[in-house]
Design a binder for this molecule. Sequence first.
Ligand code: ZN
Length: 201
Amino acid sequence: MTEEVYKIAENLVIASKRAYNRGIQTGSGGNVSARIPGTETMLVKASGGSLGDCTPEGFLITDFDGNLIEGQGKPTREALLHGYIYRLRSDIHAVVHVHSPYAIGWSSSKKDLPLVTWHARLKNPADYPTLDVHGAMVRPEDIPMVEEMFRKTPDISAFLLADHGVVAMGKDPLSAEHVAELVEETAQVAILNKLVERLGL
Ligand SMILES: [Zn+2]
């Protein structure tokens, strides 16, 4: 790992620990990645570890199909989706994927998550899409659905995977993590708004 790549891995660790400490990811779920500038490769979290105790050395270098190039361990099974995002969006340099509860709760409706707060509206051009992927990971056959979403909303900062979690994107690891936090906050408010409506307050 070059010094430049190690620095990116350190930033992934900062973002991962923040996600864990904020409670938007528990246990060994979720994963993070970052593009290695000027290459068709990325740094990804090895499968099985927790975001809460990852280290820069624990990150792997893979190609955009998730094939291991450097490092010890197995790449996350969601590497394919991460690589696909880097191929399609040259403005995206990091992806944070978490299983945050309110976002997953909302996603079970299979509806897009509306931008119910001014802050969410300031940061996004359209509601967060929800993709109804049938499985615990995005498989090659699901990629057309992702492609279609980017065609409809090319500047979107995050999307939901139904009954699964959030995929947040940014120019660097910490920005992507902040996006994931905002999605969770937005989902929490959206659900509370429904409750307020139901209670007739
Ligand atoms: Zn996941």
